[in-house]
Design a binder for this molecule. Structure first.
Ligand SMILES: *Cc1c(COP(=O)(O)O)cnc(C)c1O
Length: 402
């Protein structure tokens, strides 16, 4: 029998302490110093990578393809040794991305999924509890499901702020949201999500792919990490696959950098250049995406071929349900200016059928639980003339009417 005065084991003595987080200092480009803080986002975007090569005065940043860098002497470095660890072109891009999202460090990776994996594995080590929105991008949902299946983490999928509130009554390590959600276009309040996450002891990750820093800057609203599929609006031309993670906390940045250098899914120099080029026109593109999407949402709301339109009024993504009077397959075959394809955020307009494309790996009952049916179409509205886009949808509805 244990005497009442014997020391009781505490949670602390029972659980082994986690190992100290491994860190690696973040590298910045020597000449992409912070510009005038008065500059507005549009100007910062255009100046992404400008003035980083004083020796030549190049307007755009050079693409440094070299994988290795010579050392001036033993124990000496130019700041660059090996390209997985740091590359000048990637540094320029990362410094620009950090500024645009209001962070102190950014990481450019080979895809959006690589960025999400880096952040999740760093902030939710084995045995962690993750709370995520159920209507995330299908690939993100699949990744978290795999983590749960492998026993790497407990994952609770919830709907909306109310779902977050319920799940975060218990402690958690990581909360992952998208706002607006994909493809249901539901906005979630970032300050409220951050408050709930922090009260539960968790960090908040916001996937900002759909809105970009032109529309919303999650770090300034309380998020701890912003991730992007740079493949979408940031790149903007359907020609580069990239992922981005941005943080404002230096200790967290050093942990992410340690893991990125260790696991190696960094973005190559040419792709970094393409992403920098995309950034220059981001503000202009977002303006046109939004104007076109607003007009198209209005057209769809008045169409007898459409039963529901989901458009939050910002950015260029519009979802809608086709009425029973339209044959889905024929509609997708009939579009001419829109292309039936699986991506978003480029200058070209695309139409996606999420139930068979982006969200095909989300079980049908999960999709149904938040209103994603096989009649839901998702438009990524491009920057073409809006009259051509509306005329295209109108003729495709006519052609597919049954
Ligand atoms: C495409 C996408 C991703 C995944 O990014 P990849 O670059 O395709 O790996 C993540 N989140 C959202 C919202 C996306 O649209």
């Amino acid at each position: 029998m244990t005497s009442p005065s014997a020391p009781q084991p505490t949670a602390q003595t029972e659980c082994p302490q986690p190992p100290a987080a491994r860190t690696f200092p973040v590298h910045h480009h020597p000449t992409s110093s912070a510009p005038d803080p008065q500059l507005r986002l549009e100007t910062l975007l255009v100046r992404s990578g400008t003035g980083t090569d004083p020796a030549t005065g190049a307007i755009t940043t050079p693409i440094h393809l070299s994988t290795a860098y010579g050392h001036p002497g033993l124990g000496e470095s130019t700041g660059y040794d090996y390209t997985r660890t740091a590359s000048p072109t990637r540094d320029v891009l990362q410094d620009a991305l950090a500024r645009l999202e209001g962070g102190t460090a950014a990481f450019a990776l080979s895809s959006g999924m690589a960025a999400l994996e880096l952040v999740t594995r760093t902030l939710a080590p084995h045995g962690s509890r993750i709370v995520a929105l159920r209507d995330l991008y299908g690939g993100s949902f699949r990744f978290l499901e795999v983590l749960a299946e492998e026993g790497a983490a407990d994952v609770d999928f919830v709907l909306g702020l109310e779902g977050l509130r319920g799940a975060l009554a218990d402690p958690a390590d990581l909360v992952i949201i998208e706002t607006p959600t994909n493809p249901m276009m539901e906005e979630i309040s970032i300050p409220e999500a951050a408050e709930l996450a922090h009260a539960a002891g968790a960090k908040l990750v916001v996937d900002n792919t759909f809105y970009t820093p032109v529309v919303q800057r999650p770090l300034e609203l309380g998020a701890d990490v912003v991730v992007h599929s740079g493949t979408k609006y940031l790149g903007g031309h359907n020609d580069v696959m990239a992922g981005v993670a941005v943080v404002a906390d230096d200790a967290l940045a050093e942990q992410l950098n340690y893991r990125l250098n260790t696991t190696g899914a960094t973005l190559g120099p040419f792709d970094c250049f393409l992403l920098l080029r995309g950034l220059k026109t981001l503000a202009l593109r977002m303006e046109r995406h939004e104007a076109n999407a607003t007009a198209i949402a209005q057209f769809l709301r008045s169409s007898p071929y459409v039963t529901r339109v989901l458009y939050p009024g910002r950015s260029g993504m519009v979802s809608f349900d086709l009425a029973e009077s339209v044959d889905v397959a024929r509609f997708l075959k009939s579009v001419r200016v829109f292309t039936f394809a699986e991506s978003l955020g480029g200058v070209e307009s695309l139409v996606t059928c999420p139930s068979v494309q982006t969200h095909a790996d989300v079980p049908v009952e999960v999709r149904a639980s938040y209103g994603l049916s096989d009649r839901l179409m998702r438009l990524s509205v491009g920057i073409e003339h809006v009259d051509d886009l509306i005329a295209d949808l109108a003729q495709a509805f006519e052609a597919a009417g049954v």
